[in-house]
Structures are given as structure tokens and as C-alpha cells.
Design a protein around this ligand. Structure first.
Ligand SMILES: [Zn+2]
Length: 246
């Protein structure tokens, strides 16, 4: 399945990946490294940015199409995928419920992997997404080959995010819009817990708290609300072009 996509058929998805990346940079969640991937519908392939392309200026035409092995199927001449492309490829290969992966290296969120006995917990309502748990992958190495990628997949299990110890975060979701939503809420939850730790003993949300929140929570509507908020904000302030129809 390595024939090029029909002209412009993946343009909107490309715009979404570029917008998500630039918004995460603008929100100080992603920095000079990290990446967002998106599965191409109907193909065993995904979009991901080249290794050296500045995240702050990522445009749709910069993106590569890679297969699950990280092999480049299409993209700008001479560009290669990030060193951690296997992280995306191995998750997308195994987790058919996942269509987009974000990986970033957020220091404050990392801090919960650097200390003993203070695991990152669900303390904010929108963090109920991770009620099944937030595993910590023990190997801090760059996920630089398929073996290391498969190890991350094993740690991830059926969860929707994980922390790589002393390294960074991996967020999985059903769409690029949702991966932006979840990346922002993941960091917000970590910041809230960090703040709470500074003033006292943290009390995570209970099972009953989570049930109560979920009773009236509509994920699709919330993802769309948050996506519109950040995209329109980014277009108004010139972070991304106004004519991106996303
Ligand atoms: Zn990394």
C-alpha cells in the first residue's frame, strides 16, 4: 500500500498535524523535539514530520508518509523521519483504536517520573481519560528502533497515555483533534498535581468522582470545542494560516 495518495486527499489531515504541532509548541508543551503522527485512512501508513524540521514552522507539505516500520513511502526529497518514528509506527500497528499519537518531552510532567512514591494521578476532571492508569515505561532511552517501540507498546497496554521515565510523554487518541485535547489535558493535570503537592497531600479523584463527571461528559463535543478554541486562537494570532480549513 505504498502508492501516493490522490492529490489533496490527505491535505486536511496534513493541516491538522501541522496545526496540532504548532499549537503544542505555542502552548509550551512541545519544544524543539517531539512529534505528532496521524494514521492515513485506509492505509497501513501515517504522516509524521521530518527529523530536523523545526516544530514551530511545520507546514503540511513538510510531512512524510511512513509505513509502520518507519520506512519513508513519500515526502520531500532527502528528508528522514524522527529517530523515534518506531514509537509511532509500533503503536499504530498494534492499537487499531488509535489514529494519532503525540510524543513530547515536558519537563514538569516528567518530574513525576524522577521521584519516588509520587506517581502522576488523575486529579482534574478531564484527566478521567486516564482513569485506567498512567504507566511509566522504565527505559528512558530514545525509542530508536522497532524493539524499543514494541517495548513501549507493551507498557502502554490498553491505556491512553504513558510516561517514559526521565524522558517524556506519549499520548494516544482517536484523531488529531483528540490528541491535541488529550495532550493539553495531560499537562494541565500534571501541573495541577504539581501545584497541589506544593501545599499538601494530594487527593486524587475517586471512582465515584470519575463516574459523576463521566455521567454528563460528551467526549466528541468537548474535543471539538477545545480544537476550535485552540485553532481559532492560533489563526487569530498568526500562529497558523487563517485559510487552513480544519
Ligand atoms: Zn522522545
Amino acid at each position: 500500500m505504498n502508492q501516493p495518495a490522490a492529490p489533496n486527499s490527505d491535505l486536511q489531515l496534513r493541516m491538522k498535524v501541522a496545526a496540532c504541532t504548532q499549537i503544542l509548541v505555542n502552548q509550551n508543551i512541545m519544544s524543539y523535539s517531539g512529534h505528532v503522527s496521524a494514521r492515513l485512512p485506509g492505509r497501513d501508513a501515517f504522516l509524521i514530520q521530518p527529523i530536523d524540521q523545526p516544530r514551530s514552522g511545520l507546514m503540511p507539505e513538510h510531512l512524510l508518509i511512513c509505513d509502520y516500520d518507519g520506512k519513508v513511502l513519500d515526502g520531500p526529497q532527502g528528508q528522514v523521519p524522527p529517530a523515534e518514528v518506531s514509537l509511532h509506527g509500533e503503536i499504530l500497528r498494534v492499537r487499531k483504536d488509535v489514529n494519532s499519537v503525540a510524543h513530547f518531552h515536558h519537563d514538569l510532567t516528567n518530574s513525576f517520573t524522577l521521584v519516588e512514591n509520587v506517581p502522576l494521578r488523575v486529579v482534574k476532571n478531564h484527566a478521567v481519560r486516564w482513569k485506567s492508569g498512567i504507566p511509566v515505561h522504565p527505559d528512558p532511552a530514545h525509542v530508536a528502533n522497532a524493539r524499543l517501540g514494541r517495548a513501549v507498546v507493551e507498557t502502554l497496554g490498553e491505556h491512553h497515555a504513558l510516561q517514559i521515565r526521565a524522558h517524556g510523554q506519549v499520548i494516544t487518541a482517536e484523531s488529531v483533534d483528540a490528541v491535541l485535547n488529550d495532550s493539553i489535558h495531560f499537562v494541565e493535570n500534571a501541573q495541577a498535581m504539581y501545584n497541589a503537592c506544593a501545599i499538601g497531600r494530594v487527593v486524587p479523584l475517586s471512582g465515584a468522582d470519575i463516574e459523576s463527571f463521566e455521567l454528563y461528559f460528551k467526549r466528541a463535543r468537548h474535543v471539538n470545542k477545545l480544537w476550535r478554541f485552540y485553532v481559532e486562537g492560533a489563526q487569530t494570532t498568526g500562529v497558523i494560516p487563517k485559510d487552513w480549513d480544519i
